[in-house]
Design a protein around this ligand. Sequence first.
Ligand code: ADP
Ligand code: MG
Length: 311
Amino acid sequence: MNKQLVIALGGNALGNTPDEQKQAVLTAANHIVSLVRDGYKIVIVHGNGPQVGMINLAFELAYQQNSNVSSMPFAECCGMSQGYIGFHLQNALQNTFLKQGLSTHVSTAITQVIVDQNDPAFQHPAKPVGLFYSEEAAKAIEKEKGYTFVEDSGRGFRRVVPSPEPVDIKEKGTIRCLMDNGDVVIACGGGGIPVYREDGFLYSVDAVIDKDKAAAKLADVINADALIILTAVPRVAVNFGKPDQKWLERITIEEAHRYMAEGHFAPGSMLPKVEAAVKFVTSGTGREAIITSLENAYQAVTAANGTIICS
Ligand code: ADP
Ligand code: MG
């Protein structure tokens, strides 16, 4: 009882626009409330792809129109997305708890995730963000700001940022404290705001941390019992989308490694989830990870219905 769960919410739990998001978070809250009622202690991590894109785009467009508007660093855009999504999730969860007579509190932690300045990802920025530019405009911004641009499939030049591995969670103590207090905590939104340490101090850096990897790191450092990754599919499959597709129920770390090596999981979607699951399970004893759909969250946790990754 009182098992501690870190739940990672995928893009389908949030939608793409503010209106869609307000509706979607209510659905997400309805799937989480039964777990809270059963006494599980929960930290929620969410994605932010479309949201941080929208915020970043708004500032870039405003800056193009009016040079009095300052351009907004990507790390700051991530912080804004944590606030905006956290507000919606927090509000939806609070209203859902109220409706069901639960007195559980909800809080959102603006979260900084520590990355290593020497992470090889910094030599190979690969995650495209923001507007498309002409080659000349891209070159000018490269010179002015030191950003890296790449040609994106014939559509123009686009900024790329690195995607480093999460090393530690700065606010882990606060998150742990809130969870021990019985709060549902929303943390590490969008994978967290990437920061690096220099001479003991923390500085932000424009990068994107994979939210499933950040969730796994958080689950590890707060010593959670399980990592629950909720996405658009009820299970992980081998031969996904092929005639011989097979949904997986319970797999060991060894099997997960074999399937990864055989290329069953798409990079950028299912692969980081399986990698995150493996990392969490192998980082301690008695830990398990589940990958399933939002709709199936309760069944997954209470009746092992989903893809379970265990040692
Ligand atoms: P999220 O927003 O939840 O992170 P993603 O789109 O990044 O979602 O990743 C989940 C998607 O990965 C699934 O909806 C599915 O289309 C795709 N996928 C790729 N390979 C697999 C696989 N082997 N088994 C199941 N789903 C897979
Ligand atoms: Mg994803």
